[in-house]
Design a protein around this ligand. Structure first.
Ligand SMILES: [Zn+2]
Length: 123
């Protein structure tokens, strides 16, 4: 039995797609167990107040804070929310989960792109 070029190409494509599907499924399994996700950044900031004679105006200045902030974009505008230290720690974990999920989604998209290219190449 001689394989035609088309059969060989199809088998190669099937093998490639199978490999990509396995990678896809492995990435999906990695999303399992990701906790709550939150868009935005958690930051801590030291600040000056409005009083003229305050320790924050001294030399060297002793600033107020830290103040914890959650910033995110809403319809193109930066929105800032003040948090307690405790809530900031919790939200920080959620933003880390968001970044992890973003990385996995990006990796899934790359796998899909490779699959589409393999299909396109096979004619
Ligand atoms: Zn002050």
């Amino acid at each position: 039995m001689t394989w035609s070029r088309n059969t060989r190409t199809r088998n190669t494509l099937d093998a490639t797609l199978h490999r990509l599907e396995q990678r896809h499924n492995a990435l999906l399994r990695e999303t399992d167990g990701i906790g709550l996700v939150l868009r935005g950044t958690i930051g801590a900031r030291m600040m000056r107040c409005g009083q003229r004679t305050c320790r924050c105006k001294a030399d060297p200045p002793r600033l107020h804070g830290p103040y914890y902030l959650w910033t995110r974009k809403v319809a193109g505008k930066t929105v800032t929310v003040h948090l307690t230290a405790e809530h900031a720690a919790r939200c920080q974990e959620w933003t880390a989960n968001m970044r992890r999920l973003d990385r996995l989604v990006k990796a899934l998209q790359d796998v899909g792109l490779r699959a589409a290219r393999a299909v396109a190449r096979s004619g």
